[in-house]
Every structure is written in C-alpha cells, then in structure tokens.
Design a protein around this ligand. Structure first.
Ligand code: NAG
Length: 374
C-alpha cells in the first residue's frame, strides 16, 4: 500500500477536499431550499383559538378532539378548534417552520427546541375563568409550564448562558382574554366579576395580571413578544344567538368592553419598552382585522359571517359543534366554524395580517415578520 508513493496520497487529499466542498455546498443548498425558520423557536400562550391538543388530556367540556373538528386538517381531529389550521399554525408556516409547534402535553426531547404550544381551551388571564367548563390551564399555569420547558432547554444546551442566548431569539405569542369576557365577565349567573368591576376596572384588572406573567416570561428569557388583542366577541354566533334580536347586529356592549382591554394592551407595548429595554413587543389588532372581515365579507370571499358552519339553534350558535355533526359544505365561505371559533379561511387572513400588516392599524408598531428579523 505504502509503495504507491506520495503522488497518490496527494491526489486522494484533493479528492477529499473536493468531496468536502461538494457536501458543504449541498448542505447549504438544502438549508436554502427547505428554508430554515426565521427564528429558532416559537412559544405560544393562549386559549382555544390556539390550543392544538393540550385539552385532549384534560377533563373538560372544552375539547375538540372529535369529528368534524379538523375535517380539513391532514391529521383529522387533533384538538384544534377549527375545521383546519389555527392562526398560530399559519404563523408558524409563515415563519418558515416545516412542522407545527408541538403541544406542551406531548412535546418531548429535542422537539422543545422549536418551541412549545401551551394554549388551553377555556383558559383565561384570571384563574377562575372558564371553571364551569372543567379543567384548563390558566395563563399562570401556562407560564409555569414554560418555566419547566426552560429547565429542559438548559439541560439540552448545557448551561443557562447558552439557553438565554438561544431563547432571546425566539418569538413568544400571547393571545388571551377572550374567555375572561365570554366565560367570566359576561356570564353573570356563574361569575360575580360584573358586580365587582366596571368594564374599565375589569380591563385594568386583567392587564395587571397579564403584566405579571409577561414579566415572568421576561425573567425566564423571553425577549420578542407578540401581544394579540381579543376579537369582537359581541359578533360571535354564540353572543348573536343570545343578545341580537335580528341575529345579525353585534352586541356592542360586549365589543366595547373588549376594546377597553385592547386599548390598554396596546399601550403596554410602550410601557414595557421603557421597563424591559432589551426586549421588543408588538401588538396585533385582531379586533380590527376581524371587524373588517365581517363588514367587508365579500371582498374576502365570505358570504356568511353571523352563523357557525357547524352548530345548531339560532345562528348555529346556541349549541356548538357536536360529535359527528354534519358541518356546512362551503367552509371557505364562512367566517365562523362554530359558535366561537373562526374557520381556517378566516384564520389565514388574520395570520397573514399579523405577520405582515395590510393596514397600519393591524400591528403596532409592526408585524411579526419584522419582529422575527430584528
Ligand atoms: C371595510 O373596507 C373599507 C374599504 O376598504 C374600509 O374603509 C373599512 O374600514 C373596512 N371596514 C372595517 C371594519 O375595517
């Protein structure tokens, strides 16, 4: 073997270099083609609008792990409260993730490095919110679960310094508050908050609790925050069924309470920038985007905005979508899938406008795409 002389081994070395070059070029290309995500991880805090399976493991009436939920989702029913993708699924796609963010309930091992979805249906900012529906993971519970994830990230990456260096690049999306209105403040037979607080005081109390959790997330490494406001709950088929004589006119008392919360949430962006100077916050005007969808339905391809695609009773909003119930056929023409939740078609519009604002008012001071690339 040694008898082949120096010339042969030199040639071999050249081949080795060439192969290395080709391999690294191929790797580079593969990364570019599959498109590495714009951020290493995406952490999601929320309610049924974002839940993708956490409540499947909880004793609760707020579950969606049965047909026809997921009828347009490749895996069928997963616990998502829609016919297909949720808003956060679409945002994960836009951010360049090639898989959806796993639910906390089943995320394990290295999965968590892409981020975790902690959202739980019926959950609110307040602890008692949604209790009549059974188990749920409140905002505080979700933040506690996140702390547990952080210690796993530290284990995987080796030390706290590497973990915080990693986590500060990630996006933290928070969309909570709907249930504090739907399944608390505007449910006076079961909850007493409407006797304790005026709508302004209630919004302030929610924002106070919310801020505490944001500060905890910051203490545990979060630096890029998306604060999403609540939608016009007074326009949901459920509230239309209960409060709208013509079944079409939104309940503006509920909507104005929702807007008080949203205004205070938006002003947290500036307040937090003053307190946590190395963090970035953005606010998403889900309320305005959804009102636009309802008011200008035809320009978005919708023909029905006041009824659930699946459900029964007035506005298909008195009884929500039941197991094995037959939903509407033309799901892309409906803004609402059931009594409370948007269809995939509406979720896609909300997600795209959260990612890249269509109107200046959609996102303050800018959308998720820019936050990702800061
Ligand atoms: C509906 O569309 C019109 C025209 O684009 C716009 O001026 C209006 O603000 C939209 N409605 C809502 C609620 O956004």
């Amino acid at each position: 073997m040694g008898g082949r002389g120096g010339g042969g081994s030199k040639e071999k070395r050249w081949w080795a270099v060439l192969i290395m070059l080709i391999t690294s070029l191929a790797l580079e290309l593969r990364v570019q083609v599959s498109g590495a995500p714009q951020v290493p991880c995406y952490f999601i805090f929320g309610d049924s609008l974002a839940d993708n399976g956490n409540n499947n493991h909880i004793v609760s009436l707020a579950r969606a792990d049965y047909k026809p939920y997921g009828i347009d989702f490749p895996e069928g029913p997963t616990g998502r409260f829609s016919n297909g993708k949720t808003n956060v699924d679409v945002i994960a796609e836009l951010l360049g993730f090639d898989d959806y963010i796993p639910p906390y309930a089943t995320a394990s091992g290295g999965d968590i490095l892409r981020g975790v979805n902690y959202a739980s249906a019926a959950a609110g900012i307040r602890e008692e919110t949604g209790h009549h529906l059974g188990g749920r993971i409140s905002f505080r519970g979700q933040v506690n679960n996140y702390k547990n994830t952080v210690s796993q990230v530290i284990d995987i990456l080796g030390d706290e310094h590497s973990a915080s260096n990693y986590l500060r690049k990630c996006i933290y999306s928070i969309a909570l508050g709907s249930n504090d209105y739907l399944n608390n403040y505007f449910m006076p037979l079961l909850y007493s908050t409407d006797r304790q607080y005026t709508p302004h005081e209630f919004a302030a109390a929610l924002i106070h609790d919310y801020s505490q959790q944001i500060k905890t997330l910051y203490d545990y490494g979060a630096r890029k925050f998306v604060l999403t406001g609540v939608g016009p709950i007074g326009c949901s088929p459920s509230e239309l069924a209960q409060h709208s004589a013509d079944g079409n006119t939104c309940d503006e008392m509920i909507n104005s309470a929702n807007q008080m919360f949203n205004m205070k949430l938006k002003s947290l962006v500036d307040e937090f920038h003053g307190q946590m100077v190395d963090a970035r916050f953005i606010y998403i005007d889900a309320y305005g985007i959804f009102r636009d969808i309802i008011q200008n339905a035809s320009s978005y391809g919708f023909t029905v905005t006041n009824r659930g695609c699946c459900g029964s009773g007035k506005n298909n909003g008195q009884i929500t979508c039941l197991p094995l119930q037959m939903p509407c056929m033309n799901r892309n023409k409906y803004a609402f899938w059931d009594a409370y939740h948007p269809t995939e078609a509406a979720n896609i519009i909300i997600a795209k406008r959260s990612y890249r604002a269509r109107y200046l008012s959609d996102a303050y001071p800018f959308g998720i795409e820019k936050l990702a690339n800061i």
